[in-house]
Design a protein around this ligand. Structure first.
Ligand code: GTP
Ligand code: MG
Length: 576
C-alpha cells in the first residue's frame, strides 16, 4: 500500500484519474494544499489520492465546466500530453541494386536470326534525406532499422529498358546531424581493385593482345548472364569480351563525399541524396562485335551500396530553458505557450524535451510585439521555447539525468535560466547551472576533438546541406562514363558552434508569489547588475561571455503573473 501511495501515481498516472472525477473545488483544495518540498509532496499526494478514492467520489457526476487558465497552469500530474520522442538512432540504408540486362533477339517474319535487341536493366532506387518542419522526433526511423530502396527491373526484349527502382525519402526534423558509421560500396571497391590491377599492369593492354588472359576484368562468371537455353559448356572464357568498367548513375555525383557528415539545420526545399542506386546490367546489343554479331550474353545489374548512418537530433529552438528540477520550467512553458508539458511537484517530472511556440501575431500576420524594423525580411511572427529535464549539481558526473539533454538547447539563440526564488539562494543556483553548462561545453569540445583526430585525411569538412544545382561537374572519362570523385566534390564550410557563454541570456525568477522571496530576488538583481557593470566575473568564468542587457524577471508562472514581460525582452534579444 505504501508503494502504491508513493510510486503508483508517478508510474501509472492513468490509474489515478479518479481525481479527475472529483469535484473541481476539491481538486483545487488538494492542489493548494500541496506543500513545496518533494518528500512532503509525495506523502500529501498519497493522502490526497487515497482520500479521493476512499471518499467515494467516483459516482460524482463529471464536472464539465471549461478548464480555467489557472487550472491549466497548475494541472494534476496526469493532465499532460506526451508525444513519442527519440533523439538518437542509427539505420542501415540499402540503395537499390540494378536490374539485369536482357538477352533477346529480334523475331520477325522473313527475318532469320534477327539482331540482338535486349534492353538494359533499370537503375536501383536512390535514398534521399530531407529536413522538414513539422517533424520533431526520430522515433519513426528508430523503429525501422533497415531501409531498402527498390531494385531496378530487368531489361526486356524489343530493346525495352527496365524501370527504375523506387526511391526512398527519409524525412527528419530540422536540427538533425547525420554521421556515417560504415559503408559497403561494391562499385567503389571494384574501382579500387581496378586501379590497383592497372597499376600492377594486369590489364594493361588486354584489348590488343587476345592471348593474354586477364583475371581481373575479363572473366567474372558471376557478372555475366547467359541466353536462356544456352548450355554453359558451349561458352569458354575466351568467348566473353572484357567486362565493362564499373559504372555509376549520373546522379551519384550529388552524393556527399564518404564518410557522410551532414548538419541539416535549415528546412530543405529539395532532398539531399545519401546513397545512389546501382546501375542496371547491359543488354546483349552492347556486346556486338564484327566477329560476334549475335552475342548470347548480357551483364547482371550491380549490387547497391549499403551505408549505416547515425542520426542525432539537436532540437532547434529560439530559447532554451535551463533550471534545477522542480524550478517551474514546465509551468513557465505552459504559461507563455499552448504547451501541455507535464507538471508535478517533484524533481524530474519532465523526462524529455518539450517545445512550445509563442505566437506574436495572433496568427494575423501583424506582430503584436514591436520587432526590429531595421532587419530585412518578414517580421518575426513567433519564437519557440525548449523545456528540458532539470539539471542537478554534478550532472556532468551523470547525476540525475546527466547533461545529455543540454544538446537540445546548445543551439538555441538565447538561454533562459529558470531559478526558484523559494528554494534557497538564487545566485548560488544560477552559478551552479552555469557550472553545469560549462562542463557540458567542455565535454562537447572534447568529443569533437576526439572525433576530428579519428577522421581520415580527406574528410575535413562537415558538409552542410546545399541544393543539387551547386554541385560541380563530374569527372568524365574518355569513354563517356562518369566517375564520382570525392576530391572533386563540393567543399563546404565546417560547422562551428559558438561558445555557449557568448549567447545572450536572461534569468526568469519563478515562484515570486511565495512569501519571503523578495530579498532573494533583490540580491539576484544586484548580482546581475554587477556582472553587466564588470564588477563581478561572469558566472561561466569566461572572458568573452555575454554581459550586455542582463535581465532578471520575477514571475509567478503558476498564477500567470509577470510572464507577459518575458516576450518583449526575448524578442529584443533575438532581433538585435
Ligand atoms: N507557487 C508557485 N509554484 C510554482 C510556480 N511555478 C511552478 N510551480 C510549482 O512548482 C512545481 C514544479 O513545477 P514544474 O513546472 O513541474 O517544474 P520543472 O522545473 O519543470 O521540474 P522538472 O520537470 O522536474 O525539471 C509544480 O508543483 C508547480 O505547480 C510559481 O510560479 N509559483
Ligand atoms: Mg518540467
Amino acid at each position: 500500500m505504501a508503494l502504491n501511495g508513493t510510486l503508483m501515481p508517478f508510474l501509472y498516472p492513468c490509474l489515478h484519474t479518479s481525481r479527475g472525477n472529483a469535484p473541481r473545488a476539491l481538486r483545487r483544495w488538494l492542489q493548494l494544499g500541496r506543500p513545496t518540498t518533494n518528500t512532503q509532496c509525495l506523502s500529501t499526494r498519497h493522502i490526497a489520492t487515497v482520500s479521493s478514492t476512499k471518499g467515494g467520489y467516483e459516482d460524482e457526476s463529471f464536472d464539465d465546466t471549461p478548464e480555467s487558465e489557472l487550472d491549466r497552469l497548475d494541472p494534476p500530474p496526469d493532465s499532460y500530453s506526451i508525444t513519442p520522442f527519440t533523439d538518437r538512432c542509427s539505420i542501415v540504408l540499402h540503395a537499390g541494386s540494378g536490374g539485369h540486362g536482357c538477352i533477346s533477339f529480334l523475331r520477325e517474319k522473313y527475318i532469320e536470326n534477327g539482331p540482338p535487341n535486349g534492353g538494359d536493366g533499370g537503375t536501383g532506387g536512390n535514398i534521399y534525406i530531407q529536413a522538414v518542419q513539422g517533424e520533431t522526433s526520430l522515433h519513426k526511423l528508430a523503429r525501422r532499422g533497415i531501409l531498402k530502396a527498390g531494385r531496378g527491373k530487368n531489361g526486356q526484349g524489343k530493346g525495352q529498358g527496365g524501370t527504375r527502382g523506387e526511391d526512398i525519402l527519409i524525412t527528419v526534423p530540422v536540427g538533425t546531424i547525420v554521421r556515417e558509421v560504415w559503408r559497403h560500396d561494391p562499385v567503389a571497391e571494384e574501382e579500387v581493385a581496378d586501379k590497383r590491377a592497372k597499376a600492377m599492369g594486369a590489364d594493361a593492354v588486354f584489348d590488343d593482345e587476345p592471348g593474354v588472359v586477364d583475371n581481373t576484368r575479363k572473366w567474372r562468371r558471376d557478372k555475366w548472364l547467359l541466353f536462356p537455353g544456352a548450355m554453359p559448356q558451349s561458352f569458354t572464357s575466351a568467348d566473353f569480351p572484357p567486362l565493362p568498367r564499373p559504372r555509376r548513375s549520373q546522379i551519384a555525383m550529388a552524393q556527399p563525399p564518404a564518410p557522410i557528415r551532414l548538419d541539416l539545420d535549415t528546412p530543405m526545399d529539395t532532398p539531399q541524396l545519401l546513397a545512389a542506386g546501382a546501375m542496371g546490367g547491359l543488354g546483349n546489343p552492347h556486346f556486338v562485335t564484327k566477329s560476334i554479331t549475335r552475342p548470347k550474353y548480357g551483364t547482371k545489374g550491380d549490387e547497391g551500396m549499403k551505408v549505416e548512418i547515425q542520426l542525432e537530433l539537436k532540437l532547434l529552438a529560439d530559447v532554451g530553458l535551463v533550471g534545477l528540477p522542480n524550478a517551474g520550467k514546465s509551468t513557465l512553458l505552459r504559461a507563455i505557450t499552448n504547451s501541455r508539458a507535464r507538471i508535478g511537484n517533484w524533481a524530474f517530472t519532465t523526462l524529455q524535451p518539450n517545445i512550445g511556440t509563442v505566437v506574436l501575431d495572433n496568427h494575423k500576420g501583424r506582430p503584436l510585439v514591436p520587432t526590429s524594423s531595421t532587419k530585412k525580411g518578414p517580421a518575426r511572427t513567433n519564437f519557440t521555447i525548449a523545456d528540458i529535464p532539470g539539471l542537478i549539481e554534478d550532472a556532468h558526473l551523470d547525476r540525475g539525468l546527466g547533461l545529455g539533454f543540454l544538446r537540445h538547447i546548445e543551439r538555441a539563440g538565447i538561454l533562459a535560466f529558470v531559478v526558484d526564488l523559494s528554494a534557497g539562494d538564487a545566485i548560488q543556483s544560477l552559478k551552479g547551472l552555469w557550472k553545469e553548462v560549462g562542463q557540458y561545453e567542455l565535454l562537447r569540445d572534447r568529443e569533437v576533438n576526439a572525433e576530428t583526430e579519428r577522421r581520415v585525411e580527406e574528410e575535413k569538412e562537415m558538409v552542410r546541406y546545399s541544393p543539387l544545382v551547386q554541385a560541380e561537374a563530374p569527372n568524365v572519362f574518355e569513354d563517356g562514363s562518369v566517375l564520382f570523385n570525392p576530391d572533386g566534390s563540393r567543399v563546404l564550410p565546417e560547422l562551428k558552434l559558438p561558445p555557449i557563454s557568448s549567447k545572450p541570456w536572461l534569468v526568469v525568477a519563478t515562484k515570486a508569489d511565495l512569501p519571503e522571496t523578495r530579498e532573494n530576488f533583490a540580491a539576484l538583481q544586484a548580482y546581475l547588475k554587477s556582472i553587466s557593470e564588470g564588477e563581478t566575473v561572469h558566472p561561466s568564468g569566461k572572458k568573452n561571455a555575454w554581459k550586455k542587457k542582463l535581465h532578471a524577471i520575477p514571475v509567478s508562472a503558476k498564477l500567470a503573473q509577470g510572464v507577459e514581460r518575458i516576450t518583449p525582452i526575448v524578442v529584443d534579444l533575438l532581433e538585435n
